[in-house]
Design a protein around this ligand. Structure first.
Ligand SMILES: NC(=O)c1ccc[n+]([C@@H]2O[C@H](COP(=O)([O-])OP(=O)(O)OC[C@H]3O[C@@H](n4cnc5c(N)ncnc54)[C@H](O)[C@@H]3O)[C@@H](O)[C@H]2O)c1
Ligand SMILES: *[C@@H]1O[C@H](CO)[C@@H](O)[C@H](O)[C@H]1NC(C)=O
Ligand SMILES: [Zn+2]
Length: 287
């Protein structure tokens, strides 16, 4: 039984049929919509950094020692054992700071620069905490889950940038995921606030915590105004980001998903590594 290409795309876009190859992705159709949109919003997740060597939280890469990474990214885990959670973050910080932006990050930068020249509005929202979008050169970017590049004092609440590795002497060489050692660094040796010497924590919005009001309202503004929405490398399970695409679709605005394993029923689906699909879709074809 032979489906025509468009009927196949229709089924894939409905989420009824899986697209077996990139060829099915409608790059030409997408480019028409992209070229006529004056306000473009993009949401990225862990998948955009996968090709930079930073693991996502789903699957085997989501384990650190014997712990599910998502169980460590909570206030409860930090309060129960700040030493263990700081080891986990020491490891994540060194991974993120040593990683380099990939073609997907760079395509978003080039596309934003093009938008600026053409007086179009480009907004990037990321769930990633690795700082790679900012290091790549993205300008209008909101890190809705915070950043590994910042710390927050548990006492005076001061937030500031700190990219030291190790972040303190006691954490030197710690955090190796292969070493299942117990973690018992005393609080007095863990990272301390430069203002009040209180215990620092990573400036990350942990699971169960609320997002920064200011950041969220800027995202909502972008979602309310955009004429095209791109969802890149996110499983879109974690709220509120999971609600972004449905919110935009409700206004009849087209949504495009870029994922190795797309799940949503949206207008455009580009299956494959976003380091390949995104530059092509955005017309950034340079090597
Ligand atoms: N790099 C990071 O900063 C990082 C890494 C892991 C987890 N997290 C946090 O964990 C939460 C997890 O949610 P999430 O949706 O961002 O990640 P996720 O791990 O739930 O999902 C990642 C998605 O990316 C897709 N993917 C994997 N490789 C890809 C590639 N090369 N190209 C395109 N897609 C690819 C997967 O199919 C999956 O749908 C977020 O809140 C985030 O803050 C952040
Ligand atoms: C620094 O700490 C003091 C308490 O020691 C606090 O009153 C003050 O608000 C803090 N400063 C900043 C900038 O957060
Ligand atoms: Zn402090």
């Amino acid at each position: 039984m032979a489906f025509t290409k468009t009927f196949k795309s229709f089924l894939i876009n409905l989420g009824i049929m899986a697209g077996p190859s990139l060829k099915i992705s409608d790059f030409a159709g997408f480019r028409k919509v992209l070229d006529s949109a004056t306000k473009i919003a993009v949401l990225t997740g862990a998948g955009v950094s996968a090709e930079s060597g930073i693991g996502t939280f789903r699957g085997p890469a989501g384990m650190w020692r014997t712990h599910n990474a998502m169980d460590l990214a909570t206030l409860k885990a930090f309060e129960a054992n700040p030493s263990l959670v700081w080891e986990f973050y020491e490891w994540r910080r060194s991974m993120a700071f040593n990683a380099r932006p990939n073609k997907a990050h760079l395509a978003l930068v080039e596309f934003e620069n093009k938008c600026i020249k053409e007086n179009r509005v480009f907004t990037l929202m990321t769930q990633n905490v690795d700082g790679l979008h900012i290091r790549a050169g993205s300008k209008n970017v909101f890190e809705i889950h915070g950043s590994l590049r910042k710390v927050k004092c548990t006492k005076c609440k001061l937030v500031y940038e700190n990219t030291d590795v190790p972040i303190c002497e006691a954490l030197r060489g710690r955090g190796d995921p292969e070493k299942a050692t117990t973690s018992d660094i005393p609080i007095s040796d863990l990272p301390k606030c430069k203002n009040c010497s209180g215990l620092l924590r990573p400036d990350i919005v942990w699971f169960g915590e609320i997002l920064d009001d200011n950041v969220l309202s800027k995202c909502v503004k972008a979602l309310e105004a955009c004429e095209l929405f791109l969802v890149v490398g996110t499983s879109a399970i974690v709220y509120p980001a999971a609600g972004f695409a449905p919110f935009v679709q409700d206004r009849g605005v087209p949504v495009a998903e870029f994922n190795t394993d797309p799940i949503s029923a949206v207008n455009f689906v580009f299956r494959g590594p976003c380091g390949t699909t995104l530059p092509e879709a955005l017309g950034i074809d340079k090597e």
